[in-house]
Design a protein around this ligand. Structure first.
Ligand SMILES: [Zn+2]
Ligand SMILES: [Zn+2]
Length: 323
């Protein structure tokens, strides 16, 4: 069948667009029902008064059929909605006091974590924009993704005029870290010439190295009081203890047992990291969703730990960041 052309200027054809916005805000993690000692033990330096701040970066993905002007939405309307509903209300504010969502004197109030702030932004933007996804960076090595709740309904079919702004209950929390390691790509049963035919320069006998960038994404429900998908310090400790510490400044083929018999391609390193993290992250109360290992600026491998098949969600949010 020939590709669907739609009306003039692409009218009716579906497309996803993204828009980026930034704001700076402060917050403090401190629950009134806990003692000072318990707050300090639970939230570490994030509990210190009067708080600390971040330069937040928000990516809004929206989808729908093109209108007669060849656009999903007029960008000036998108900019206005994001400014009026989010950035004008949060920029240079103390988040704990900016929105009632974070008023901890109310039983339904929760800490203004990245997950909780992203969800509160979803609730405010959903009545105005056909949201397909939100990403909120607290800093470059910590971000949260939200996707529409339930089975994704294409906005073309959804009746946005009557749809209630239902916020996603689950969030995807990602942390970024890095390690440096050497490897050599070669299969022991093959000759040097055969290995070089397959792996090229990567098969040279004495190996070579990379500064690996590692993104670990977990999925879980946002706790109604702590606003957290999982304890961030625990997640960071697991990644440090199980991956960074044993892999950093090693020759992977010789120093990491798994790679004595498995060729340490970026794909296999990502899969092994997912295997190492899945159980411990589940024991910490979250689910490992994705491992992304970037070997160089030119190549990366992604593994989705929850499903054996390939996934590409939320790709629109990734592209927005790369651009
Ligand atoms: Zn913070
Ligand atoms: Zn390499």
């Amino acid at each position: 069948m020939p590709p669907q052309r739609g009306g003039p200027h692409g009218q009716g054809r579906p497309c996803v667009i993204t828009r980026r916005a930034t704001f700076s805000a402060s917050h403090r993690y401190w629950l009134p029902e806990l003692s000072d000692d318990d707050n300090r033990a639970r939230f570490g330096p994030c509990s210190l008064a009067p708080g600390h701040g971040h330069n937040y970066e928000l990516i809004v993905a929206m989808g729908g059929p093109l209108d007669g002007d060849g656009m999903v939405l007029n960008l000036s309307e998108v900019k206005h909605a994001i400014r009026a509903e989010v950035t004008d209300q949060l920029n240079f504010r103390f988040l704990n006091e900016a929105w009632p969502d974070f008023d901890l004197s109310r039983p339904e109030g929760c800490l203004p974590t990245t997950e909780a702030v992203c969800r509160a932004i979803w609730i405010r933007l959903a009545p105005h924009l056909p949201l397909m996804g939100l990403r909120l960076y607290e800093q470059p090595d910590l971000w949260v993704d939200l996707l529409p709740p339930g089975p994704a309904v294409a906005p073309a079919q959804a009746d946005l005029s009557t749809a209630q702004p239902v916020a996603p209950m689950e969030a995807f929390l990602s942390i970024r870290t890095h390690f440096a390691a050497a490897h050599r790509l070669a299969r022991a049963e093959l000759s040097q010439a055969e290995n070089e035919a397959i792996y090229g320069k990567c098969a040279r006998p004495h190996g070579h190295g990379h500064n690996y960038l590692l993104d670990v994404t977990v999925r879980g429900r946002i706790d109604p009081r702590t606003g957290m998908v999982c304890d961030l310090a625990t997640l960071q400790r697991l990644v440090d203890d199980l991956v960074v510490e044993p892999f950093d400044h090693t020759f992977l083929n010789k120093d990491v047992e798994h790679f004595a018999t498995t060729v340490p391609t970026a794909e296999n390193i990502a899969l092994h990291i997912a295997d190492l993290l899945t159980g411990p992250i589940a024991a910490a109360g979250a689910r490992l969703h994705k491992v992304r290992l970037q070997e160089s600026p030119n190549n990366a491998a992604e593994v989705f730990a929850e499903t054996p098949q390939l996934e590409m969600v939320p790709a629109a949010l990734d592209l927005a960041v790369a651009g």
